[in-house]
Ligand binder design. Structure first.
Ligand code: PMP
Length: 306
């Protein structure tokens, strides 16, 4: 028996016992929304620091709203439970936190509606470091899979079932020899990575896909936009990005909660810039690492210490 707990059906239970029925609506149809939140071990204070927790729970509420999910608890209570779970699990290393709001009805017939369902909230943690190797540049390919469209399965909502799109793109990219992939929209514009947003640098200007390009409105994306503008004085443009802009960018990197800031040094076998990790990428990687570790007093509001 491990000493780890999860939160399920309104209570903390040992992780091994945190199971749901095979008849659950969310299991049958992917009808759930989730968040990926990261908490960092802060060695100076011997505490955990949860990064931008309120923003993650705000996005979870928005995802829920789109999917007609009604969580039995509100965002403040979710944050309280998250703090309680970190304490119970005695986390003392970087940790990934996974809250889920899901359609909990037990379905016995093929009646598929997302109105008037019974919805629930659950939560667990796993230790996590190094989702991608950020120490050197990544080789990224353009996926032959297209990103989900807002009028099919909205990318703006973090819907569990939508991660079939991520899994197809990421797996086929790996099998083709790439570290990760860029996924295009149906119009052929750059949307984002398999499960992270993408930034390019061209002529000292930071460019990232607009929120109308079928991206998840990433919290790391918004963090980096703030840091780039306010700390590095860079101009940031959000707009549609053409595929071949990847090939002529001076620098490129992925951004996400698990990914953090991951520099890209090759797209489709073409070096990005001079083929080395660029200086703006490095500076943002460093600033981001300081921010999540609570080392930027100006942005201390982003870190909840536990
Ligand atoms: N896009 C997708 C599809 C993702 O799954 C993620 C990870 N949550 C991101 C972008 C990055 O979002 P965030 O910075 O909020 O983690």
């Amino acid at each position: 028996m491990s000493d780890q707990y999860a939160y399920l059906r309104g209570e903390f239970v040992p992780l091994e016992n945190a199971s749901i029925s095979i008849r659950t609506h969310a299991f049958l149809y992917g009808t759930a929304v989730f968040e990926g939140i990261k908490a960092y071990w802060l060695p100076e204070s011997g505490q955990m620091g949860v990064f931008r927790m309120a923003d993650h729970y705000k996005r979870l509420q928005q995802s829920s709203h789109i999917l007609r999910l009604r969580s039995p608890i509100d965002a403040d209570k979710m944050a309280e439970l998250t703090i309680e779970l970190i304490k119970r699990n005695q986390c003392q290393a970087n940790t990934y936190i996974r809250p889920i709001v899901y359609k909990a009805d037990l379905r016995i017939g093929p009646i598929l509606t997302i109105a008037n369902t019974q919805d629930d909230f659950c939560l667990f943690t796993v230790p996590m470091d190094g989702y991608l190797d950020t120490s050197k540049g990544l080789h990224v390919g353009v996926s032959s899979w297209r990103r989900l469209d807002d009028n099919a399965i909205p990318a703006r909502a973090k819907v569990n079932g939508a991660y079939v799109n991520t899994a197809l793109a990421k797996t086929d990219g790996h099998l083709a020899g790439f570290d990760d992939v860029v996924v295009l929209t149906n119009e052929g514009h750059v949307a984002e990575g398999s499960a992270m947003n993408l930034f390019l640098v061209r002529d000292n200007c930071l460019i990232t896909s607009a929120i109308t390009e079928n991206i998840l409105e990433g919290i790391t994306r918004s963090t980096l936009i703030d840091l780039a503008q306010k700390e590095l004085g860079l101009s940031v443009v959000t707009r549609p990005i053409d595929r071949t802009e990847l090939y002529v960018a001076d620098e490129a990197f992925f951004a996400g909660t698990a990914t953090e800031v991951a520099p890209i040094t090759k797209f489709d076998h073409r070096p990005v810039g001079d083929g080395n990790v660029g200086s703006i990428s490095k500076q943002l990687q460093d600033l981001y690492s300081k921010a999540v570790h609570g080392l930027l007093p100006k942005y201390d509001r982003w870190v909840t210490r536990v």
